[in-house]
Design a protein around this ligand. Sequence first.
Ligand SMILES: Cc1ncc(COP(=O)(O)O)c(C=O)c1O
Length: 389
Amino acid sequence: MDGREGSSLLARMQGELSDLQMRAQLRTLECHSGVNLSSNDYLGLATDPRLKAAFLAALQPNCQMGSTGSRLLSGNSRDWEQVEEEFAEFAGTSHAIYFSSGYAANIGLLSSLLGPADWVFSDSLNHASIIDGIRLSGARKVIYRHRDLNELEDALALRDNEPGCKMIVTESVFSMDGDRAPLGELLLLGGKYGAELIVDEAHATGVHGPQGRGLAAEAGIVDNVLALVHTCGKALASMGAFVCSGSTVKQFLINRARTFIFSTAMPPYFAYQISAALRIAASADLERCSLTEVAESLRALLREAGFNTGTSSSQIIPVMLGDNEVALYFAAELRRNGFAVRAIRPPTVSPGTSRLRLSLTTKITREQVNELVGVMTAAREKLAPAPYA
Ligand SMILES: Cc1ncc(COP(=O)(O)O)c(C=O)c1O
């Protein structure tokens, strides 16, 4: 099919791919082996026998394998309603609604709540699903510098008398930098200028806050935010996401969120996996503690060795390298030594900020962390002159 002569569309695609290759930005699919440092399975639940057992128990002979339709048609079931209730209780909200991915949740939430007459204030490092949801809403947007409260306040003040609803959107733990949003301060600014707050807890769900309820719970502000997005594909080793909110937002999403309305529901047995994962994660205080300790130790070792770990204060630790080729080199050296690490390059991150993203899970040992820093240091010594940032 790729051999079709004279197709300008294929020629354009091939040109773009060559261009990406030349800029060391071409992505390929690979199956990695080795010590997994690219994983979002922060609590190690992906291989947890308790989760497998819960899933297998859900597969009773009479269980239904397909949901048969969207939730608004034939796909709703008591299993999904029940897990939504459980999740709302976990998140500390009165309601929750499940979407089949975090991407679909952010797109559905933002594109339905906001419209062209509204204003949205979005952190410059927010995830692509937030960016795309905002784009789709047509709302007027202000992208404020990452975690910069002064810039955000100036932007809010400037639009204080503008008509339209206002919303601040942020991740709680940022996916590529591993740092945290100043949620309490964002809420105060929102209150001062009449803007609602939405928090994407994807990398905090199960990992941060009391019983892993996220950073909004840790800050004690759940009652004051408009909605929280908790994803299930990371620490919960499942799939999908819950938008946790009050009843109005839930009702509105059921009626307006196109990624909810026009998409087949997940099969009912999958609700059991999420429910089991939630229970395991909520009780994993020891695992959360040891994950935090290993992350602190890795950050300290990398910094002592002269690497730049940015503003990370979580289980996600970037090693800032700047150049695409240098990031690819370090990733390859680590892979050669048995560590599965990916180089993160534009457009995932801004040009000139290519990096390794080390994401720690409870499976990583202190010995592996020491070895990793040793490999990084040796890899740097092979580079002459050292071009790392
Ligand atoms: C902050 C954030 N929000 C949303 C998503 C999307 O979640 P999902 O992978 O479930 O689509 C991701 C995925 O990486 C993420 O990092």
